[in-house]
Design a protein around this ligand. Structure first.
Ligand code: SF4
Ligand code: SF4
Ligand code: SF4
Length: 267
């Protein structure tokens, strides 16, 4: 007959197995979710769809000639088995023949994502496929640790950028301290930055002062309420406006007339 002491020991052991199992499965479940800072290969579709579409075959990783891409393993922050890259270690070198994107059999990497989006989002994308249209992320500069902002001459990121003069430009400013020299401060243009991370890799300070974040994390959104008429295509946002007062909808033409006149829109 099992003693009460043995029974208690068994119970404790089984509780530990269940507890341990819970821990392991908890880790696996966590690993299958995406980290908000994961950077995907060029041509990756929207992150949630990407995780569902990617069959974790590793063909993109095999196709990359620079060993940029890795498949996430347990313990790493990216969803288990999915490809990602860490620019400070190995950036994406923007292969003009996009071998990683082309190798993907599942649609998780899609050549259509390398076509420039037309201004009118309702139109089909019909432009030429070009690796420079990749948007793997967006370079962000931490001014306090960028030595160029601190008055030291450094243009390492600017010179390394494959879209030099477009994705990064240098902003000249008189050095406040000497009043003679110019500070050349790097500024990223989100219209052109591919998120390749070459700038992050070459940054000379201990922890890169320029680094890549996923576009959603690195950007804000003005919304449809502020329309800057001096900015190209900003007025197209008017068509998204629906002015409602006392349950009455007002069309776009009335809204434009209102903006261009002193008259009250609703009388
Ligand atoms: S574009 Fe080239 S360097 Fe960049 S991830 Fe794809 S294969 Fe690798
Ligand atoms: S080739 Fe496509 S499906 Fe295969 S691991 Fe890469 S992204 Fe996923
Ligand atoms: S700014 Fe950096 S991430 Fe953007 S295209 Fe240039 S090198 Fe690549």
């Amino acid at each position: 007959m099992t003693s009460r002491r043995e029974a208690l020991k068994k119970l404790l052991n089984s509780a530990m197995v269940v507890g341990g199992g819970g821990l392991v499965w908890g880790n696996i479940a966590k690993a299958s979710q995406s980290s908000p800072v994961t950077l995907r290969p060029p041509g990756a579709i929207e992150e949630n769809k990407f995780i569902q579409a990617c069959i974790k075959c590793g063909k993109c990783v095999e196709a990359c000639p620079y060993d940029t891409l890795k498949l996430a393993t347990i313990g790493e922050t990216s969803a288990l088995g999915t490809p990602y890259f860490e620019p400070r270690k190995v950036p994406c070198y923007l292969c003009t023949n996009y071998p990683c994107t082309e190798a993907c059999p599942s649609g998780a990497l899609d050549l259509k994502e390398l076509q420039k989006e037309s201004e009118d989002k309702s139109e089909d994308k019909s432009e030429e496929i070009n690796i420079e249209n990749a948007r793997m992320g967006l370079a962000v500069i931490h001014k306090e640790s960028c030595i160029a902002f601190g008055g030291v001459q450094c243009d390492a990121c600017y010179r390394a950028c494959p879209l030099m003069g477009k994705a990064i430009v240098l902003d000249k400013e008189v050095n406040e301290f000497t009043q003679k020299h110019a500070n050349l401060k790097p500024v990223v243009n989100s219209d052109y930055c591919t998120g390749c991370g070459i700038c992050e890799q070459v940054c000379v300070v201990e922890k890169a002062a320029i680094f890549i974040l996923p576009v959603e994390l690195a950007t804000g959104n003005v919304g449809d309420h502020y329309i800057r008429s001096w900015k190209e295509n900003d007025e197209s946002k008017l068509k998204n406006q629906k002015l409602i007062e006392e349950g009455k909808d007002t069309d776009v033409e009335s809204a434009i007339d209102y903006l261009n006149s002193d008259e009250e829109l609703f009388e």
